[in-house]
Ligand binder design. Structure first.
Ligand code: PLP
Length: 388
């Protein structure tokens, strides 16, 4: 099976992890700060807090911004459930904004309309909006940030797909149009630490809260103590936190992966361009990247031809899986998941995202996919379409 995504691990990663295994610190050692520095250097953020998953990073990002029961978070329905769940984990409610039919990203124009409509009717506004850089393509982040200033909400960028991406030359993660940016290092993502995530920010107070929340709410820096220190053993638990720490084994893997980031993203872009060429002329809609964007191409999602009969997506999916092409669907609309249905959402609420979910299929894309393997995927795709 050629999967839709997979990690690219070299001997450098193996040696780095082995060195940590033989060292004094498997966790809370020197590798985590090194990995955090590598991320700051790559994305241009001032602070980075590495944790054990992007889900954890989203959760503490919401907590650090003071999210609580009675607050609202808005996100896109075309995402992994974690982008919405982080709000529910803080007791807040969730609402969605539909996507742009070309980029499949949260539509900044619809966001502006929904905010204005809510305000004119005296209804609550969101405390946090979480746009997702779907498939690695940056959202219209300046527009979202301008709305954040006007309507006074915070912004967390869910950049789980987008480390290495940029917009008008500005790397995703520099946080110039957000409070916090979150990355995922799951093996299918751009760089991996097996499981892992990070939250970046330029706000040092926020960075301090993120750092504290990932480790039980405990503060060890004397300058931040509220009581007088009793000695070198002294520490203070100042808030209610969690154990979301990344291990040094994971961070060592991450440091080596970060050295390869630009190469990984270049190869992903090369493969995406080749798909664009090889698939042109077939009855498919191919992903479009706006001219101001450089996508990290975490995914290569296509749409099947909507004018054909219902069920084309399902047939194409099954035929490709039978031919050992590990296609996937990104994403089932989050608001139609049973958990969110039970909170009152239903079909027709966000029609563009629902339609996307019914038409899309993600083709294999990862740095070590060879051109021959890609040709094989295209060939099998062509045959599967002919069979219908
Ligand atoms: C993968 C992903 C997450 C969750 O990442 P984990 O590191 O697996 O917790 C969150 N949001 C999006 C958009 C993702 O793709």
């Amino acid at each position: 099976m050629i999967p839709y995504g997979r990690q690219s691990i070299g001997s450098e990663e193996v040696s780095a992890v082995k060195r940590v295994l033989e060292s004094d610190f498997l966790t809370q050692g020197p590798c985590v700060p090194q990995f955090e520095q590598a991320i700051c250097d790559a994305v241009g953020a001032e602070h980075c807090v590495a944790v054990n998953s992007a889900t954890s990073a989203l959760h503490i990002a919401c907590l650090a911004l003071g999210l609580k029961e009675g607050d609202e978070v808005w996100t896109t329905p075309n995402t992994f459930v974690a982008s919405a769940n982080c709000a529910r984990l803080c007791g807040a409610s969730v609402d969605f904004v539909d996507i742009c039919e070309h980029t499949w990203n949260l539509d900044a124009v619809l966001l502006g309309q929904k905010l204005a409509d809510r305000r004119s009717r005296g209804l609550p506004l969101p405390k946090i909006v979480i746009p997702v850089h779907f498939s690695g393509q940056p959202t219209d982040q300046e527009q979202i940030w301008a709305l954040a200033k006007e309507f006074k909400f915070h912004v967390i960028e869910d950049a789980s797909h987008a480390i290495g991406a940029s917009r008008n030359g500005e790397p995703v993660g520099s946080c110039c149009y957000s409070d916090i940016t979150v990355f995922s290092f799951h093996p299918v993502k751009i760089v991996t630490t097996a499981e892992g995530g990070a939250a970046c920010t330029n706000d040092s107070a926020l960075a301090g809260r993120l750092d504290t929340l990932r480790s039980h709410g405990i503060v060890r820096d004397e300058s931040r103590f509220v009581h007088v220190s009793k000695g070198p053993w002294y520490y203070e638990q100042q808030s209610l936190g969690l154990n979301y720490r990344m291990t040094d084994l994971q961070a060592a893997l991450g440091v080596e992966q970060m050295k390869k980031l630009s190469g990984f993203v270049e190869r992903r872009n090369e493969l995406a361009l080749q798909y664009n060429e090889k698939l042109s002329g077939l009855p498919l809609i191919l992903p479009t990247v706006k001219s101001e964007n450089y996508s990290a191409f975490h995914l290569y999602p296509i749409h099947v031809d909507a004018t054909q009969a219902d069920g084309v997506q399902g047939e194409l999916f099954s035929r490709l899986r039978e031919r050992h092409i590990g296609v996937q669907v990104h994403y089932l609309a989050v608001h139609l998941q049973p958990y969110y249905r039970q909170l009152g959402f239903g079909p027709g609420d966000f029609p563009i995202a629902e339609r996307h979910a019914d038409l899309t299929v993600s083709l294999p894309l990862y740095p070590t996919l060879t051109n021959d393997q890609q040709d094989h995927v295209v060939d099998q795709l062509r045959r599967s379409l002919d069979a219908s």
